[in-house]
Design a protein around this ligand. Structure first.
Ligand code: PHE
Length: 345
């Protein structure tokens, strides 16, 4: 009689189903709680003949175990189903993903690099922490040149016995010229973008670090005419086909002859405005023919080869393109400023 009851319950337990937490709890109460069906079997167990007790006891334990396992199994299933549905809620709206923006100086640098790449220049770079040898000595700076002074240069380490071993933050990307010439043979045609440092008080118009792009071309029979043509092409690609250029004689220790290049003011179209100080022209770069002394100091035969070099200011060109009035904006990383360049990315 009791064995029949146990078998019936065992069958019931094996077929249990539930679809939510309440139903599972109800089953637990029905079978496993103190007042549940299985516990109540114990009352009947007392009346079982003693020679049957062992068999019946084992059966009750088997039933208890089966009920316990089944209810736990239902619980597990329900919980995994619940988690799964949480992971893929197809009705939830997407998170708004905020995209970053490229820095205006990066945008302009990429554009400049692109223009020169199309003219056959390849990229090169060098260290920002440099030695005097590459920043000054090999670039033909006289030992007493003022640029070597503390007032212009940030020193990392000075070497009183041998100034060429002084370690400093490069003051121009022309140091990369020296490195390239040392390590490669003409023809050389490279552009080298990078950050440079000068010991200047920070203001709207000056900063202690800024960015340059150096250009260097060395081959047989390179002339000033080639330099002028490349720069004119660059100016027109960058600022539009009607842009004019003007080369003014200048001086750099590493080029001879040297020049500074102005372009017709992009903002007023050359008629004169605040930006060009009412001259109609804006200076954007320094350039010249590589001084034969530099070629020799860097191991290139100056009888056979000639070359030109130029160095342009990325901030300057960015200001012209986007009329940024304060140089400090470039390094403050104010997202309100950076977001203005979203469309240019
Ligand atoms: N290095 C110069 C500067 O920083 C620019 C320059 C580069 C001039 C190459 C001539 C040739 O002002």
């Amino acid at each position: 009689m009791i064995l029949d009851k146990i078998d019936k319950l065992l069958k019931e337990v094996n077929e249990l189903k539930a679809s939510n937490a309440e139903e599972i709890e109800a089953l637990r109460l029905k079978y496993l709680s103190k007042k549940g069906e299985i516990t109540s079997l114990m009352a009947d167990f007392r009346n079982v003949a003693s020679d049957q007790k062992k068999v019946v006891g084992m059966k009750i334990n088997e039933l208890k175990q089966a009920a316990f396992e089944k209810i736990n199994y239902l619980k597990d299933q329900y919980e995994t189903a619940e988690n799964d549905s949480e992971d893929i809620d197809l009705t939830r709206s997407a998170y708004p993903i905020k995209l970053g923006t490229r820095h205006p100086l990066t945008i302009v640098k990429n554009e400049i690099v692109d223009i020169f790449s199309r003219m056959g220049f390849t990229l090169a770079d060098g260290p920002e922490v440099e030695d005097d040898l590459h920043v000054f000595t090999k670039m033909n700076f006289a030992a007493d040149h003022p640029a070597r002074d503390m007032q212009d240069t940030f020193f990392v380490e000075t070497n009183p016995e041998d100034v060429t071993k002084n370690i400093l933050l490069r003051t121009h990307t022309s140091s990369v010229q020296a490195r390239i010439m040392e390590n490669s043979k003409p023809p050389i045609r490279v552009i080298c973008p990078g950050r440079v440092y000068r010991n200047e008080a920070i203001s709207a118009r000056a900063h202690c670090f800024f960015h340059q792009i150096e250009g260097l071309y060395i081959d047989e029979n390179v002339s000033f005419k080639d330099l002028k043509q490349v720069l004119l092409t660059f100016a027109r690609e960058m600022f539009g086909a009607d842009t004019k250029i003007r080369l003014r004689p200048s001086y750099f220790p590493f080029t001879e002859p040297s020049a500074e290049m102005d372009i017709s003011c992009h903002i007023c179209g050359g008629v004169g405005c605040g930006f060009c100080k009412h001259t109609g022209w804006v200076e954007i770069l320094g350039c010249g023919m590589v001084d034969p002394n530099v070629l020799e100091l860097c191991g290139i035969d100056s009888k056979k080869y000639t070359g030109y070099a130029f160095g342009l200011g990325v901030e300057r060109i960015t200001n012209l393109k986007y009329q940024v009035s304060d140089l400090r904006m470039f390094s403050e990383n104010d997202t309100r400023f950076l977001k203005e360049f979203e469309a240019a990315n």
